[in-house]
Write a protein that binds this ligand. Sequence first.
Ligand code: AVJ
Ligand code: FE
Length: 446
Amino acid sequence: MTAEATETAEGTEALRSEISAALTAARARTSALTDCVDEADLTRQHSPLMSPLVWDLAHIANQEEMWLLRAVGGQEPIHPEIDPLYDAFEHPRAQRPTLPLLPPHEARRYAADVRGRVLDLLEVARFSGPRLLTGGFAYGMIVQHEQQHDETMLITHQLRKGAPVLTAPPAAPPADAISLPAEVPVPGGPFTMGTSSEPWALDNEQPAHTVQVPSFFIDATPVTNAAYTAFIADGGYDDPRWWTPDGWDHRQRAGLVAPMTWKREDGEWIHTVFGVTETVPPAEPVMHVCWYEADAYARWAGRRLPTEAEWEKAARFDPATGRSRRFPWGDGAPAPEHANLGQRHLRPAPAGSFAAGAAPSGARQLIGDVWEWTASDFLPYPGFRAWPYREYSEVFFGPGYKVLRGGSFAVSPDACRGTFRNWDYPIRRQIFAGFRTARSATAETA
Ligand code: AVJ
Ligand code: FE
C-alpha cells in the first residue's frame, strides 16, 4: 500500500477504495482455495503442522470481526461462544480437527456476514485519530492477515494427498539469465533497516534504525535446484563438516536426504507440486528446504547465509541516494513484471527472472518466488513496541526461530515489502522457502 497523505478528502477516498479492493482480492483467494475441495477435504487435517482448511476460513472471519467490527466499529460480538475455537493460542494446530468447529457452510456464512458489515463500516470510516485507524492500519492488518492465511492454506494444499485441484500457468522463462553474474557486491557502511513510515507495516518491522553492514557479496538469484542437486550428489547430506551440530543431529534423526517433496526415480530427482509429480526443474529456485539444509549447503559452497541486515541492505539500499527503498526496484507497489507474487503462478520462476525487479546491486528475485532463509534469529529491533497485540510477534522473539525474507509466489503483494519479516523453526520445510548465499568482502571473515 502507498503512503499517500490521507488528510485530504481525495486521499481518504483513494485509501477507502484501495482497502476495499485489497479486502476483495484477499477473499477471492480465500474462496479459490476453499471452493476447490469438498467438505470432507475442508474438515480433514492434511498434516499435523496445519489446521483443517475450514479452521483457517472461520479464523480469518473471527480476526476480521474482532479487529474491525469490535475494536474499530465498537460492535457487539456476533458469536462470542466461538471465539476460543479460533484463537490460535488456545489450541495447537494438531488439536484443531477435534474441536466443534463451524461446518463449511456455516464458516462461509459467518465470513460473508462479517465481510458485509465490514464493507458497511468502511463506507463511513475515517483514517485518522486513533492509531488503529491511522493510514487504515487495522484494515491493512486484516487484509494481510487473510492473505497470510491464504499462503498457509496453499501450504496445506501442497501437503494434501489426492487428485490435483489447483492449476496455474508457469512464469515465462527469463530472457537474459545466462548473462547474470553469480554474485553481486553490496557496499559497506550504514543503511536504514526497518521502517517508521510504511502505514501497513507490522510491529516487528519497526522502527527504522541505522545498521552498519560491512561490504559483502550476495548471490544474484536464489540457489537453484541444479546447484542444490550438486550438493546432494557430492555427499552433502552425509558429511557432518557442512552441518551445525544441531543441524547434523536433526539431519540424522529426521533422515533427511533431499528437499521435502523430492524422490529419486530411475536415476533422476522427481518432486510433487500440488499433487502433480514431475522431474525437478533445474533452473527453478530450490524450495522446501529447512534452515539446517540451507546453512549446510552454504558451508559446502564455501559461503554462508546472509544475515537479515545483509539481506535487507541488498534488497533496499540505493547507493546513489543513500536511501532505503520500499522494494528492490523502487518505492512503487509490486507489478507483475517486478516479482512472482500473489499465487498467479503456483511455483517459483526460473532463477534470473524479473530483470525489472532487480535491486540497485543487480540482485534479482529478492521479492517473491521463494522465501529466503537468513542466518539471523527472530529478534526485536531497537525501540520495538508490541502493536496492536503481543501475539503477532513478541511472543516469538528469541533464538528458537530463524528469519525468512522476501516472500514467495504464494504471498500477496499487499502482504509483502522490503521490510517484511517472516519466521519459522529451523527444522521446518513445509513453507515455500529457499535461500541465497553470501560472503564477506574481506576474505578472512568469509
Ligand atoms: C508471520 C507467517 C509466522 O502464520 O504464524 C497469521 C502469520 N499470525 N495469523 C503465522 C499469522 C497470525 C504468522 N507468520
Ligand atoms: Fe491468524
